[in-house]
Design a protein around this ligand. Structure first.
Ligand code: MTE
Length: 331
């Protein structure tokens, strides 16, 4: 996002880092078996052990969900290696370099954690993270995340539709947008004092976008709780929009009547709009959005580029939300 360089290609991960999907899935099956008490049988399997050793560091508590049946929730594309997904991050509160969040986010204190729901709802309230985790059944969903900078990943997330929480708090008729505010704690987040963005990091969705079943209130990835650098303990993931719409480490969800200001729009309104739907036909003012580099493909500057898809490939599911809208104007 930062103005100085866009997807320079440096810092790229190696092809050897790629985790075959089968390995990841083997591990996921294993976690399920363990949860079901079939530990002995699972451990006997060489494949299971191998999977555990390779796919993820395994340092975080397991968080497995049931396979989601929401249309679009299961891409068949190759899953990005956990190592890449957890070390190549944008989380500006912890620094602007892709490697900074993984290095610095250890200071983030994710317990106790409260998410406050306020504004135009009949049932405002404070949700402790443990209650929020249990509010609905956790689901496994594999989404493509496309960053506005021109790279993408495929990540297996764990969470449930934000709509489940929205239904519980009963929005009033005049609630047209949902605003997300994230933690801004200068004591634990070294870059919150910087002037790169207006803190706290803020994002927003129109109510129908927020209610769309694909919009995920996210607590985990790769069958474990989120690592801090990926937005622990709770974030949003909106798969058809550029990654910056997916606010990390949320502390407040506010229902409002008017389109809320958002962090990147305030920083550079001509570059980052409110909608920010992935769109290969609407270029960023300083670069094309027609193609993307898949993290993990290797090859650096010469990496094979993939064609970017309208709505990041989720047109069938979300295209109708924007029927009749000029997507060049509402970028
Ligand atoms: N949320 C907060 N609080 N701060 C941030 O800097 N960066 C955004 C988004 N959410 C960001 C954030 C951007 S630009 C992207 S691309 C995604 O997080 C990256 O998510 P990932 O690191 O899990 O891939």
């Amino acid at each position: 996002m930062l103005i100085r360089s866009h997807d320079s290609g440096f810092n790229h991960p190696h092809a050897s880092d790629i985790t075959p999907r089968a390995v990841y899935e083997g591990r996921r099956d294993m976690l399920r078996l363990l949860a079901g008490g079939a530990a002995g049988a699972a451990l006997a399997g060489w494949a299971g052990r191998e999977a555990l050793a390779q796919a993820a560091p395994g340092k975080l508590p397991a968080l497995a969900g049931v396979k989601s049946t929401v249309p679009g929730a299961q891409t068949m594309e190759k899953v990005t290696d956990y190592k890449d997904a957890s070390t190549y991050n944008n989380y500006y509160e912890f620094g602007t370099d892709k490697a900074d969040p993984a290095k610095n986010a250890g200071t983030l204190k994710t317990r106790p954690w409260t998410v406050e729901v306020e504004g135009l709802v009949k049932k405002p309230g404070k949700y402790g993270i443990e209650d929020l985790l249990k509010l609905s059944a956790q689901e496994d969903r594999t989404y493509r995340l496309r960053c506005v900078e021109g790279w993408s990943m495929v990540i297996p997330w764990v969470g449930y539709s934000l709509a489940e929480l929205i239904k519980k708090v009963e929005p009033q008729g005049n609630a047209k947008y949902v605003e997300f505010l994230t933690l801004a704690d200068p004591k634990t987040m070294p870059f919150v004092g910087s002037r790169v963005l207006d803190w706290p990091y803020a994002e927003g969705l129109r109510m129908d976008e927020a209610m769309h079943p694909l919009t995920l209130l996210t607590f985990g990835m790769y069958g474990e709780v989120l690592p801090n650098q990926n937005g622990a303990p709770v974030r949003i993931v909106v798969p058809w929009k550029y990654g910056f719409k997916s606010a990390k480490s949320i502390v407040k969800i506010r229902f409002v009547e008017k389109e809320p200001g958002t962090a990147w729009n305030k920083a550079a309104a001509n570059e980052y709009g409110f909608y920010s739907n992935v769109n290969p036909d609407v270029d960023h003012p300083r670069w094309s959005q027609a193609t993307e580099r898949r993290i993990g493909d290797g090859g650096g500057l010469f990496a094979k580029r993939h064609k970017t898809l309208i709505f990041n490939g989720y047109e069938q599911q979300v295209g109708q939300l924007y029927a009749g809208m000029d997507l060049k104007k509402f970028y």
